[in-house]
Design a protein around this ligand. Structure first.
Ligand SMILES: Nc1ncnc2c1ncn2[C@@H]1O[C@H](COP(=O)(O)OP(=O)(O)OP(=O)(O)O)[C@@H](O)[C@H]1O
Ligand SMILES: [Mg+2]
Length: 331
């Protein structure tokens, strides 16, 4: 439930406008005493966030779990199925551009996407034109060879080191910082940009960049390393997802996926058993897993995602199974 003030502050719209929408029934709300309360679901329906592209976030508070590898490869597998996919890199390390061999122009990154100083207020008549210019400039096609045709349906908003500075400066925002990406994706929907899915890579922490992604996403995919026996990265993520449900009722965990798996090792089986013993994690553990394979370390040098440069490898097959399970859960 939101109060009128929270929505007005979070989305830069006047309380008077919202009250009018509530009174005409355009936006559903409930009166508690003389105060309006708006359910998150009703707000999302009103803003149109339910329609448009499905948004996936790949997250785990631990470093090296395979987030960037999964983001790129799962998104490209989706593109190979005909989906038009937008990759958004929220990790200042900028690994998505590295994995795709994309040169990064520091003036065309997620820094500009999140920086409030580049936006216009909700009530400004030129607001959507500004968004159109921003999105057109920031969504960059992936240069590719003809045989890697699925990449023609992939766009990237790359990250740059400066993202860490912007995060420290709270995105130059006067309002809650967690809404910056959500507003940007709401604008993308409003502009009807023909994108079917958005895949977001996040840094190895649960700071405000990852929180922005949780606020803007529908589905969380979380790879974890088989050696992560403590599982505290997953535990902390799940607590955060639970908290964010209040602000983003569409957020669901689509799957926890073991990476660096090897069922012949004790560690692989031990960690699966540990997860199955924890009610907060067990329902989300996927049967599919990705094995440890040297080829993952070679793919970045080729600049082509593994699923395209080695489409018949066992690793690609495993990533396909992960995607099948994720999409079956997402429905
Ligand atoms: N299944 C695997 N087998 C072997 N190497 C892997 C596997 N998955 C990922 N790697 C390699 O491990 C390293 C870390 O993977 P990746 O960058 O995807 O993790 P990350 O979670 O994004 O890390 P960070 O938290 O630093 O962003 C990379 O060099 C990648 O190529
Ligand atoms: Mg990464």
């Amino acid at each position: 439930m939101y109060t009128l003030r929270e929505l007005a502050q979070g989305f830069q719209v006047s309380e008077r406008t919202l009250t009018r929408k509530l009174e005409t029934g355009e936006l559903r709300g409930y009166r508690v005493g003389n105060q309006w309360r708006i359910r998150g679901r009703d707000w999302l329906e009103y803003t149109g966030a339910v329609n448009g592209p499905h948004v996936f976030v790949v997250a785990n508070a631990k470093g090296g779990a395979g987030k960037s590898t999964f983001t790129v490869n799962l998104a490209v597998l989706r593109a190979a199925q005909g989906k038009r996919v937008l990759l958004v890199d929220l990790d200042p390390q900028g690994h998505l551009a590295t994995l795709l061999h994309m040169p990064v122009d520091p003036d065309r990154t997620t820094v500009q996407l999140l920086d409030e100083e580049l936006r216009l207020p909700r009530a400004h008549p030129g607001r959507m034109d500004r968004w159109r210019t921003l999105w057109t400039d920031l969504m960059q096609p992936i240069p590719h060879a003809e045989e890697h045709e699925p990449l023609s349906r992939v766009w990237l908003v790359p990250a740059h080191n400066d993202l860490a500075d912007l995060e420290r400066a709270n995105f130059h925002r006067t309002k809650p910082v967690e809404y910056a990406l959500r507003e940007a994706l709401d604008a993308l929907r409003e502009l009807d940009v023909p994108i079917d899915e958005v895949w977001i890579d996040t840094p190895p922490n649960l700071g405000s960049l990852t929180r922005n992604a949780l606020m803007a996403s529908h589905h969380v995919v979380s790879p974890f390393a088989k050696s992560d026996l403590g599982l505290d990265g997953l535990d902390r993520l799940m607590v955060l997802v639970e908290q964010y449900l209040e602000f983003n009722p569409y957020l669901r965990v689509a799957g926890l996926v073991m990476n660096y798996g090897n069922p012949r090792t004790i560690m692989h089986n031990e960690i699966r058993e540990t997860i199955m013993g924890r009610p907060a994690l067990a329902p989300f553990l996927l049967d599919a897993y990705v094995s440890e394979a040297e080829r993952f370390n070679q793919a970045p040098r080729l600049g082509v995602p593994l699923v395209l440069c080695e489409p018949n490898s066992s690793s690609t097959l495993e990533l396909r199974r992960v995607l099948e399970e994720v999409t079956a859960r997402v429905g």
